[in-house]
Design a protein around this ligand. Sequence first.
Ligand code: CDP
Length: 228
Amino acid sequence: MNKKLVIAIDGPAGAGKSTIAKLVAEKLGYAYIDTGAMYRSVTWKFLQTKAAFDEQLISELAERMVIEFRPEASVNRVFVDGVEVTEAIRKAEVTCNVSKVAAIGPVREAMVAQQRRMGEAGGVLMDGRDIGTVVFPHADLKIFLTATVEERARRRYKELTEKGEIIDLATLQQEIAQRDKQDSEREISPLRQAEDALLLDSSDMTIAEVAAFIIRLVQEKENVLCNN
Ligand code: CDP
């Protein structure tokens, strides 16, 4: 039997991480953990309170809340304290606030502790910003997936308009660039490529091509580990 690995996929907003991670995980029989959905869930929970931005309040919410993934064939359903938030956490209000919430130290500590528990047994593919650098610095395979900001905005535009949202491409590109800046410049666990991560620029690749490439890498790694 092949060893089940811990695979980290990091990268900026809209690089296609979640679509690709989901495909690869399904094909390989791995669990897929969308860590962005966890920070989005904390943001959603906080916005529900209607309170003004308050690091202590947000940290307390993050420490107490129970986030659960229930993967289904076409969608990775997300629940917060038993309430389904799969759609709600993708709304613009959450997206605009998530980077500020994700920069709070105790929020990250609470999420990272959960992520480590979810991944410790292996057979897991986790995507985010700090998986290869902080959550699993000894991951078996690390990929830093990126694409030009123009291409990432185009992809996100297509995804959102297909869902019926009305959005302007230029505004979307600005939002993505702004979020990348906040995520890269924050003090704690900023978005950056781990030294031992493979850089994959998907600007000119299809989703299927990127997924096939990663699947091949994982299978090679599984065999090497198995034969040692
Ligand atoms: O899907 P999209 O690229 O829009 O972003 P996401 O993966 O859902 O992540 C949303 C936000 O959560 C990011 O912009 C980061 O601020 C934060 N995040 C983080 O700080 N660390 C992670 N491991 C994952 C996400």
